[in-house]
Design a protein around this ligand. Sequence first.
Ligand SMILES: [Zn+2]
Length: 345
Amino acid sequence: MHLSDEELLELSVYDLCQNEKWELLTPLLDELHHFHKVNCEKYSATQQLGGTPLAVRAFKNQLLSSIDADKVHRILKSSGTTGTQSQIVLDSDTARLQSKVLSKIMQHWLGPKRLPLLILDSRKALDVHSGMSARAAGIQGMSFFGRDHHFALDENMDLDLAVIMSFADKYAGQPVFMYGFTFIIWQRIVQQLRQLEKQVAFSDAFLLHGGGWKKISEQAVDKKTFKQELSACFGNVTVHDYYGMVEQTGTIYVECEHGMLHAPVWSDINVVDPVTLRPLPAQTTGVVQLQSVIARSYPGHNLLTEDLAIIHGIDDCACGRKGKYFTIQGRVAQSEVRGCSDTFK
Ligand SMILES: [Zn+2]
């Protein structure tokens, strides 16, 4: 069976069992492999063995495109603080698919209506003139899924308690959405609220955070502590991490109520042996390989990342969502550090 884009977008985000999902994805991924091989010379050169995942760092050193120059709609850039940035070429169809897929994923978690949004960052993060930072891109991307945006930090990255309190008063008793970068939330929001001994009692808040654990785990803060501290600060808040990368914008992996990241129906994860690239069994740490059927204008459909993960199971997470579920276990040793929220000092 071969799905059209409309049919693809109709799919329910986490309801297909792994076998059903894989039956749908395999022909689409094969087709993308052939398409990119024909249309992107640099990709083709990496495919002597056929179906080899492309290392994400390939996007750092060169522009990998499968479209004509006049079809380029936008170039996404990663936020690396060291070395060169990744550059991802989008045509308008790929950009549209990315935003529709992200929208479907976010609606699964937030519901169909836009919720009031408290951005756990400063408005200043958006004033970046030298290309879009990952923070700015994240905030802009997520702003779309909330309304009546408030910023919890002022221009100096200090807590804007007046804004937070007025947001909490305005939406007392209602569901709200909060979004930010892990390290900024920890360092600027949690620490400052603790110092001030302030609590804000939300009755139903959904907090989404991303950007990685590297910097925060250096301070010996684990997920459990992070969640506990946020509950102490914000009352009834469910805290959800997410994993994703600019090389596969749109298909993010959101953490469920049981601490597991879930692959949405449009993408999949394998955890592979770094040398043989063969998939490893569940409960084993290996390198993350990501596949996505929405990478159309650039060869990003089958990527080998520099992240480590464990797949904990397939189709049987306690939350009820189907497919593979996993946790990230850090980065491959000696790889270049990829910034994100760590860019804030
Ligand atoms: Zn789950």
